[in-house]
Design a protein around this ligand. Structure first.
Ligand code: ADP
Length: 256
């Protein structure tokens, strides 16, 4: 891999914006124009923050850390789902280190604390003609100082402040995440997915749970989430004992 993407470089190329529609959109635009792998785009507020499948991500001004990383991994597209899982492990471990609380990962991309979502991740990729990944953009939203009023009707969400009573600095949270992510990302390039898979499994709240697999709104499969395969797909055993694997491209899995 290109060493330029590891370690401190992720910290050296941080671009701050007062307001963006979405940090992912900006990062995708910059990546298309040739921005270097390792560029990080941070916004104080997003006016159209996005989750998966065009769901909205609430990102009020200054209350959380809304950022996206541009990555140029030198791996085949079949491994691209692993980037989301890697980012989830990095986020869970960074937040654990920072707060001493126990965070868990809900398949595939949500970081949960006490059953509520504290961080969401959205990875988007562009493929090169030879099927490799040209660039990937990984967007992360971490709720830092939101109060219950800030969440309004969103009862499934929490923040570091609500969980700990401490007002963390955005910079501190960003640094904790980038430190953790940089290590895991270079490890992934040199040693593969195995230890990241182990860490994902160890931190997951989805394993052992009943999950329903949906294509758009139609249920297509249900069963118990048993394991993750070497590519990062979830293995689900149905009532008849049959095991099927699912990635999170176009399907949504409900659990926890
Ligand atoms: P999921 O994977 O849980 O279906 P996404 O990853 O697509 O969801 O994230 C979007 C969803 O997250 C929204 O539909 C909403 O329920 C929830 N959400 C939106 N903003 C926030 C936030 N700041 N904190 C926690 N949850 C949020």
């Amino acid at each position: 891999m290109k060493m330029a993407e590891t370690g401190t470089i992720l910290h050296n190329q941080i671009q701050y914006y007062e307001e963006l529609a979405s940090t992912n959109l900006k990062a995708l635009e910059l990546a298309k124009q040739g921005a270097a792998g390792g560029t990080v785009v941070v916004a104080v507020r997003q006016t159209a923050g996005r989750g998966r499948m065009r769901r909205k991500w609430e990102s009020p001004e200054g209350k959380g850390l809304w950022f996206s990383m541009i990555l140029r991994p030198t791996i085949a597209a079949e491994y691209c789902a692993q980037i989301t899982l890697l980012a989830a492990v990095a986020a869970a471990q960074a937040l654990q280190r920072l707060t001493d609380k126990n965070f868990s990962i809900k398949w595939p991309n949500d970081i949960m604390l006490d059953g509520k979502k504290i961080c969401g991740i959205l990875a988007e990729m562009a493929l090169a003609a030879d099927g490799s990944i040209e660039y990937a953009v990984v967007g992360i939203g971490i709720n830092i100082n939101m109060s219950s009023e800030d969440f309004g009707a969103l009862l499934t969400a929490t923040s570091l402040y609500l969980a700990t009573g401490i007002e963390y600095e955005h910079e501190q949270v960003l640094k904790a995440f980038l430190d953790e992510f940089s290590l895991l990302y270079s490890h992934w390039h040199s040693c593969g997915f195995a230890s990241i898979r182990q860490a994902w499994l160890a931190n997951s709240c989805t394993l052992g749970q009943k999950v329903i697999v949906k294509d758009n709104d139609t249920e297509i499969y249900s069963g118990i989430a048993e394991d993750m395969d070497d590519y990062g797909s979830l293995l689900v055993r149905n009532a008849a004992g049959k095991i099927e694997s699912f990635d999170f491209g176009e399907i949504s899995i409900r659990s926890c």
